[in-house]
Design a protein around this ligand. Structure first.
Ligand SMILES: *Cc1c(COP(=O)(O)O)cnc(C)c1O
Length: 382
């Protein structure tokens, strides 16, 4: 596919390969339209721009996520309002979401849950009012409880930007992640289930909105023979060369999902009876691409073994594993922004570990990781 791009000598943003990649994404996700972009972060930023997010506006965001879900809220000077997770999917808790919406509308967010006081500057600039958007995330490929989240969004008439960066190939019943909100975003960064080295996409059924997204992503150039601009634009389109990589990768998406799910099954079979270790099962009707296999380690039930015991034992064998994403409401950079919920996300972070989960893991790789996991979980227990 990349050679095809070079043969056509169309080494540029946009081009036939970009159109083809966008069609592949439409076909795979069922979304009405797809615009490929330079990153998933750019897609979230554009989505917020199109919802007219302004300084002082509220945007609700899942707290347990990668910082890229929340950073674009600050690019626009808006106020992120973080929401806790529920224990079943580890994603945005619908009840805490509703508390957050009501808190924003009534302007009494500091009192709620573990909420933090806004800094003086934030307090001055904030306008009480309905949040401009809700950003749920399908973390590690597990779909969020979108039926319940959508019910809250519809009740208060707030658009959903669905962060499906980690969840291409996941679904609830027959609806694919990325196609469950008003807009959805994907990432093709190097660590994701398919990659273009760097890249992303915005998905939506709304044709006018997608036309606007393409316009803004291409430096907001008005139709005129000269360069005419009546809006601030961005250089956010994907290169035709990278779209060639993406089209190649889309051919193997189903295989990669199967490989990732195989990793999960392997770890699950190996560790399911180890006291204190638990997995993230799929709720009825949910299908996860199992982008990463994650475990919870409860030291009270595991004879004192913690996720750090396991992480360090793996590291000694030169095997990398990582704690879960640290919740945004605990990040220094987001100190002072409102938070709604309890300590679900915090506990998941404290006890959670992402195990090696690459699509390219061989049987030997899995055996090597598995042997180390068995050793560390047994030896301390004895
Ligand atoms: C990777 C990721 C993003 C950002 O995507 P980029 O393409 O790296 O900008 C956003 N949200 C989540 C949850 C991610 O994992």
């Amino acid at each position: 596919m990349v050679n095809e791009v070079f043969d056509s000598n169309w080494i540029a943003p946009l081009g036939a390969m970009v159109c083809g990649f966008e069609q592949d994404l439409v076909k795979y996700t069922g979304a009405g339209h797809a615009a490929t972009l330079s990153s998933g972060t750019a897609a979230i930023h554009l989505a917020l721009v199109m919802l007219d997010v302004q300084p002082g506006d509220y945007v609700i965001c899942q707290s347990l996520t990668f910082s890229a879900s929340a950073n674009p809220i600050r690019y626009l000077g808006a106020t992120p309002v973080f929401v806790d997770s529920e224990a079943e999917t580890w994603n945005m808790c619908p009840e805490a979401l509703e508390e957050a919406v009501v808190g924003c509308v009534e302007g009494r967010m500091q009192k709620t849950g573990a909420g933090r006081d806004l800094s003086g500057k934030e307090r001055d600039s904030r306008k009480a009012g309905r949040p401009k958007a809700i950003i749920p995330v399908h973390l590690y490929g597990m779909p969020a409880k979108m039926d319940e989240i959508r019910a809250v969004a519809e009740k208060y008439d707030i658009p959903i930007i669905e962060d499906a960066a980690e969840a291409l190939g996941s679904r609830i019943r027959d609806i694919m992640c990325g196609n469950m909100g008003d807009m959805g975003i994907l990432s093709f960064n190097g660590n994701k289930i398919i990659t273009t080295s760097g890249g992303g996409a915005l998905l939506s059924d709304d044709q006018a909105l997608m036309k606007k997204a393409r316009f803004l992503a291409t430096q907001a150039r008005d139709p005129a023979p000269h360069y005419e601009h009546s809006e601030i634009g961005y250089n956010y389109r994907l290169s035709n060369v990278l779209a060639g990589i993406g089209r190649g990768q889309m051919k193997s998406i189903d295989e990669r999902v199967a490989q990732r799910r195989f990793n999960y099954t392997f770890y699950h079979n190996l560790l399911k009876d180890v006291p204190g270790i638990s997995f993230l099962p799929e709720p009825e009707g949910f299908f996860s691409n199992r982008w990463l296999t994650t475990i919870q380690v409860d030291p009270e039930k595991s004879n004192g073994i913690t996720r750090e015991t396991i992480r360090l034992a793996l590291e000694k064998e030169n095997i990398e594993s990582r704690p879960l994403w640290k919740p945004m409401h605990l990040q220094p950079v987001f100190t002072g922004y409102p938070y709604f919920g309890h300590t679900v996300a915090e506990k998941l972070f404290d006890n959670g570990l992402c195990l090696p989960s690459g699509s390219g893991m061989s049987d030997e790789d899995r055996e090597r990781v598995g042997a180390c996991l068995m050793k560390v979980t047994n030896s301390t227990a004895c």
